[in-house]
Write a protein of this length. Structure first.
Length: 100
């Protein structure tokens, strides 16, 4: 079973998981290709092959739909982090508070 990754309140907590998520999605895509090869081969036939094929199609569809969402989330969170960091340096009030 895959360990769940919790998105916490802090932006930096979320950002640090993106490389791991990307790696796991790439691993899943490689696994999908391997299963495709096995399912398309003539060595595996019967009911077990058919059941695996249906499960494989469901997981493949899930992977295809979640990968762009994760990419978009990563892009937007990084932009938010950059904007927040830039804001802190430009705000006179925050600069004043940091000197206290």
């Amino acid at each position: 079973m895959v360990r769940k990754i919790e998105v916490k309140d802090a932006i930096t907590d979320s950002i640090k998981y993106f490389p791991k998520i990307e790696d796991k999605l790439l691993e899943l895509q490689d696994l999908m290709k391997s299963i495709d090869t096995q399912l398309n081969g003539s060595q595996w036939t019967g009911e077990s092959r058919d059941k695996c094929k249906y499960i494989h199609q469901a997981i493949k569809l899930y992977c295809q739909k979640i990968t762009p969402l994760c990419d978009d989330l990563k892009t937007h969170v990084e932009k938010l982090h950059k904007d927040a960091s830039g804001f802190c340096g430009q705000s006179e009030n925050i600069t004043m508070i940091q000197t206290i």
